[in-house]
Write a protein that binds this ligand. Sequence first.
Ligand code: GUN
Ligand code: FE
Length: 429
Amino acid sequence: MTERDRLSFVLHGAVVYSKDKDEMNCFEDAYAVCKDGISEGVFTKLPEEYKELPLIETGGQLIIPGFTDLHIHAPQFQFRGNGMDIELLPWLETYTFPEEAKYSDLSYAEKAYRLFTEELINGATVRASVFATSHRGATLRLMEMLEESGLVTFVGKVNMDRNVPDYYVEDTEGSLSETEKWLNEAAKKGFSRTRPIITPRFTPSCSRELMTGLSELAERYAAPVQSHLSENLSEIKWVSELEPDTSSYADSYVKAGILKKSIPCIMAHCVWSEEEEQEILLENNVFIAHSPDSNTNLSSGAAPVKKYLEKGMNVGLATDVAGGHSASMINAVRSAIRVSKLRNRLFDRDTKALTFPEAFYMATKGGGAFFGKAGSFDKGYSFDALILDDMRIPTTREDLSAMERAERFIYLGDDRYISGKIVAGKRIR
Ligand code: GUN
Ligand code: FE
């Protein structure tokens, strides 16, 4: 057995993780114990019972839980950083649909998804909920690559049967039958870290009939659901025209039977969700995927996530590549704080800015909760860790606390400072 195959070990270094949204557990010198891939907790003095386990000495490096990217589009990775000149709806037509249509070609998908997977392996993301395209073959190939990477992911074949160009649209029947085939094929692969998630793109591109059919599949196959909600003002107006019997955008998902308590669900953005919609999200335990970089790049707005957190809603962070320009969750944490400050300063004095502990919490335990016990070193949590060589970021200050080091890493760090990465107890780099 090589060091990489071990699922039980002790990591020694400085340790920082969230207790809850307001408080951090910070240790300048501690031992994080992983047994069979599960955390046993963090100790300042290593208990006798763990002394037999192999000790990984980091030399004082910083150990934090890895980040969960709650919403990312794998096929959009190839045009990230371009096409930031227009808002959501024309952006989809001009940049997104033409690129996603290319994934009917498996050899293109192979090349493109390889680059995407490598970026996630090298970055700070340990778990992700991923949109693929409508193509069953390419989506399965992406799932195989992600399974091999060691990351833990949900991956969705996208569904769309209206308001999408002819070269990319599906018919209702075909969309449902391809989805069911894909669910069966994915089950046969026997993946241990990669699970399917039902993925109606958003209400404008999915008829009520398609959405209802998808909700039946979600229940029959015990699969969760992901989609987009209240991202952009033109989109919201369009939904009210397309679905006149609904009282809010979220209600279009409720009426189709896809947003309900029995189906775990991630909704990306919720920038403009009003009281009624917030109640629907809260009652149904929906996870909000907040993507500050996407919100700013596509001029969507600045979601009031602080308010959502205070209301006890489930909120995680997301890159939303390619609405978000970067697949780096380090950027997402930093941007969440900065965008919340602009919202507060410029137009919403009642919604306070996010604190560093809150943003860190959303990127770890907040979003991680969609996967079960993930995003913490508390006993019983899946052991996902980043080992950070953060003191290579130049400073004369050798007396930084563990908390100051974590904050400084978020503001100044990038993938180059990640010296080790462990997902569900398995070392993947
Ligand atoms: N709404 C529907 N599709 C998309 C997408 O691909 N990206 C974003 N940001 N919003 C969407
Ligand atoms: Fe998105």
